[in-house]
Design a binder for this molecule. Structure first.
Ligand code: PEP
Ligand code: MG
Length: 902
């Protein structure tokens, strides 16, 4: 006996003993078979061996004590109920042995049908079937085939080959053309194959067949494909599978028999009705194998009206009982209907919303439950334009789906060309190895962005998501050659002017134009579809559930936006303020020259002049944003990135200078620039002169920004608006840094604001681990904290955010070190712990400290739940994610108050 077992552990449950709540123990299939049995529905009798038995077997390599005896007892009672004995030569009971884990893993584990047949009982089966020899021998050959393959690892092709051989000898093309004698011959051939591969005869003892089949199902939990599937679907590896032993019923006994699948509503659109397929004179695996074409379920009414109406009654009962869309498998044996499976059915994102809304209308569930049954990932899917992929388009490359959506356009390689063609009304895809802040104009002009390097938090990805623009990053199969204006993929060359299509959800890249459809849900959020006045079930359901989420949520949702236009759109999407306005984007384009002057300033006067020229431009930027966000808080972050990002790349500059010198041109200015770039070169710029460090090193830089913010706020207020600026200092690691910036800022604010009534808060980002760990001290100098979880993840894990996702995360995911990139979804145990510590210690030092998050995680569904749990006041995310965050904040609130019923 092991730690997993005790003498009186119950490992086997009759269907009548279980219920739908026991999925952990009986698996989804077993729990639902039990539920249907107890509802009095026609389920073939049977029993379920628990996941605990499976776990014990997998841990020790043998069946737990007591299991064999319990199986014996349940088998006896099954035999009594059926009036037949397993393997009885005259009148055999046959059973199926089916896997069934807590979560559906379709086709990943094993099933063996017709257990109990042997050389003698095959004759009894024929008699049972009214002398149908063909049926009996066909059932036997299926058993040997399935058993051989799944239990004894006989290569499946050997059986296929023998079957083909039998058909060839007969001149037949269809399995159904083989008669009883052919199938008897095939059984003989299969048995020889079995002996050749296993060194033993096909087991004739029915109980041995059963025990070996059960063991094979246990072991299939750890089959390679099951492991891969679990990893992909994030199903825990330690659940184990249950095993269902069910009396066989046959859909292949003649034209009055058959098998089918059905849904109680359309899993594609959510529309009410009867959806399903039926195949007469067939077993379930024939439907899957697609040997013959199924007919629509409605046809069954003509074929067998009584069974059809009984099935409809059962479907209605199941829907009412489960209060949800159910999917069903059934078999009709000689006019008698049997239910083989039901479960709450999978559905598309659109159907999830529509069905939740319908069930509320029908009084089956309340709005909390409806909110619980949809999620942010589904909403996000509904917000993207989609490709109309009527027929399969082969992708030419696959990168990271960095910013979802679908975009087609002419390939361009430079920002300038993107702007030029967009001005001509063309749709363009900007293709780069990777983007940098200089590409911003091109990214704005482009329909989509494709890069061959970088992950989900690369520059291209973050900026594209912020704009709601489609982006595929890190498509490393494409080789981009910007000077030659072309890229090569799989031996094909794509040049400027060719058309490509990119899918930012799947990361797939296509050559040519794939047609695109806009999202109705976005049109609704944008205000161009009125849910009260249009006949669109999806939009009405989204409206209703979103309204409820807003009523329920405690978290406020802000947006990350740097321009008035982004701010306005985010506001339409429901943003309740700006949580991060990155000011560095305001230092590009025409203003680059001023920034260069600032960086190269040899004297105080040069620097002061450059700053003075930047001040009015910055002020105007802020005026626009404060106007759009009238009455709502706007967090403006002082400049953050390493300064070299504003200067030309070192290599390019060095080449330019060398060429110009060669030609004897005057290169004094370029040489000065080159010297500055060399001087400022950093091995690790993300850990170098950036953030608050810039403010402390370059006199007047932060002061200029603080003045511009305060002056803009005063100007907007004087015009009758309400500006609520919050100045945020990036990359703080020590309270002294913040105190220094704060002292200077307070002086300027007091001077500018005067008696205008404008109130300016000063706070900090918490994005350096040291800041999180000394949050109690930092809170003394901060009115708010905003967690920069991008940098906190980068520095917490020591992962370069621009490199690692494309470089080696695949291996980490494969090894299960994490199930999802920590840049995408907050690492609760590590980075999340830093957030928790900082929130607790910050609030302890300063009650009422405002807490938010503005890293990419602010729009990630699971992370939103975490931020709700740790008690933040708001999340801030890119405009397109605002509705997702609203929905998830609502879901988080009902889940923690425990009002959900599932
Ligand atoms: C962060 O680090 O999470 C953040 C929001 O700042 P940035 O992405 O601009 O570094
Ligand atoms: Mg940061």
């Amino acid at each position: 006996m092991t730690a997993h077992e005790t003498a009186d552990d119950k490992y086997v449950y009759d269907f009548a003993e279980g219920n739908k709540e026991l999925k952990d123990l009986l698996g989804g299939k077993g729990a639902n078979l039990a539920e249907m049995t107890n509802l009095g529905l026609p389920v073939p009798p049977g029993f379920t061996i628990t996941t605990e038995a499976c776990k014990a077997y997998l841990a020790t390599g043998r069946e737990p004590d007591g299991l064999a005896g319990q199986i014996e007892a349940h088998l006896e009672s099954l035999e009594r109920e059926m009036g037949r004995r397993l393997g009885d030569p005259q009148d055999p009971l046959l059973v199926s042995v089916r896997s069934g884990a807590k979560f559906s893993m379709p086709g990943m584990m094993e099933t063996v049908l017709n257990v109990g047949l042997n050389d003698r009982s095959v004759v009894g089966l024929s008699a049972q079937a009214g002398g149908n020899d063909r049926f009996a021998w066909d059932s036997y050959r299926r058993l040997i085939q399935m058993f051989g393959k799944t239990v004894c690892e006989v290569p499946g092709e050997e059986f296929e080959h023998a079957l083909d051989e039998a058909k060839r000898a007969k001149g037949a093309t269809n399995d159904l053309d083989l008669d009883a004698d052919d199938l008897r011959g095939l059984v003989d051939a299969y048995q020889k194959i079995f002996v050749r591969h296993t060194g033993r005869e096909f087991p004739q003892e029915p109980r041995e067949q059963l025990d070996l089949a059960i063991r094979a199902v246990f072991e299939s939990w750890n089959a390679e494909r099951a492991i891969l599937y679990r990893r992909q679907e994030r199903i825990p590896a330690d659940l184990g599978t249950a095993v269902n032993v069910v009396a066989m019923v046959f859909g292949n006994l003649g034209p009055d028999s058959g098998t089918g699948v059905a849904f109680t509503r359309d899993p594609g659109s959510g529309a009410q009705g009867i959806y399903g397929d039926y195949l007469a004179n067939a077993q379930g695996e024939d439907v899957v194998a697609g040997i013959r074409n199924t007919v629509p379920l409605q046809e069954l009414e003509r074929l067998d009206s009584r069974s059809y109406h009984e099935l409809l009654d059962i479907m209605a009962r199941l829907e009412g009982h489960y209060q949800d869309l159910c999917d069903i498998e059934f078999t009709i044996e000689r006019g008698k209907l049997w239910m083989l499976q039901t479960r709450v059915g999978k559905r598309t994102a659109a159907a999830a919303f529509v069905i939740a809304g319908q069930l509320v209308d029908e009084g089956l569930i309340d709005l909390d439950e409806a909110l619980h049954r949809v999620n942010g990932a589904q909403l996000a899917q509904l917000m993207f334009p989609r490709f109309q992929l009527d027929h399969e388009f082969p992708p030419v490359a696959r990168g990271i789906g960095a910013s979802p959506g679908a975009a087609s356009g002419t390939v361009v390689f430079t920002s300038a060309r993107a702007v030029e063609l967009a001005a001509e009304g063309k749709s363009v895809i900007l293709v780069r190895r990777e983007t940098n802040p200089d590409d911003l104009n091109g990214m704005i002009a482009a329909q989509g962005i494709l890069t061959s390097r970088g992950g989900k938090t690369s520059h291209a990805a973050v900026v594209a998501r912020g704009m709601g623009k489609t982006c595929v990053s890190g498509a490393d199969e494409i080789e981009v050659d910007v000077p030659a204006k072309r890229f090569v993929v799989g031996g094909r060359t794509v040049t400027e002017g060719d058309v490509v299509s990119i899918d930012g959800t799947t990361g797939k890249v296509y050559l040519g134009e794939v047609p695109v459809m806009p999202s109705e849900v976005v049109q609704y959020f944008e205000g161009s579809l009125d849910p009260e006045h249009i006949d669109n079930a999806l939009v009405r359901a989204v409206h209703r559930i979103m309204t409820h989420a807003d009523d329920r949520r405690r978290l406020t949702v802000r947006t990350n936006a740097d321009t008035g236009a982004d701010a306005a759109r985010a506001r339409r999407f429901g943003a309740e303020g700006i949580g991060l306005c990155r000011t560095e984007h305001m230092f590009l384009g025409d203003r680059r020259e001023l920034v260069e002057r600032l960086i190269l300033a040899a004297t105080d006067t040069d620097r002061t002049d450059a700053l003075a020229a930047l001040l009015p431009l910055q002020r105007q930027d802020f005026v626009e944003i404060f106007r759009e966000m009238d009455g709502l808080p706007v967090t403006v972050r002082l400049i953050d990135p390493p300064l070299h990002e504003f200067l030309p790349p070192l290599e390019q500059l060095a080449v330019n200078v060398a060429v110009a010198q060669e030609r004897g041109e005057d290169v004094a200015k370029e040489e000065a620039l080159l010297a500055a770039v060399r001087r400022m070169h950093e091995e690790n710029p993300m850990l170098g002169l950036r953030g608050v460090r810039l403010g402390l090193v370059i006199p007047g830089l932060f002061a200029m920004q603080v003045r511009a913010i305060a002056e803009a706020a005063v100007a907007v207020t004087r015009d009758g608006g309400v500006a609520r600026p919050e100045i945020m200092v990036p990359l703080v690691g020590a309270v002294q840094e913040l105190e220094t910036v704060r002292a200077e800022a307070e002086k300027i604010i007091a001077e500018v604001v005067g008696d205008s009534g404008v109130e300016v808060l000063i706070g900090t980002m918490i994005e350096v681990p040291r800041a999180a760990l000394t949050a109690g001290q930092i809170a003394e100098a901060a009115e708010f904290f905003s967690f920069g979880t991008n940098d906190l993840t980068q520095m917490g894990w020591g992962f370069s955010r621009d490199d690692v996702e494309g470089a080696f995360f695949w291996r980490y995911l494969e090894l299960g070190i994490f199930g999802i990139s920590p840049f995408e979804s907050i690492d609760r145990d590590g980075v999340g712990r830093l957030v928790r510590i900082a929130a607790e210690e910050g609030r302890a030092a300063r009650p009422g400290l405002k807490l938010g998050v503005c890293g990419e995680h602010g729009g990630d569904p699971d992370s939103v739940h975490f931020f709700h749990e740790v008690g933040l006041d708001y999340v801030s995310c890119s405009p397109f994610r605002v509705p997702v965050a609203r929905l998830e904040a609502g879901r988080a609130a009902i889940e923690t108050t425990g009002s959900d019923s599932r």
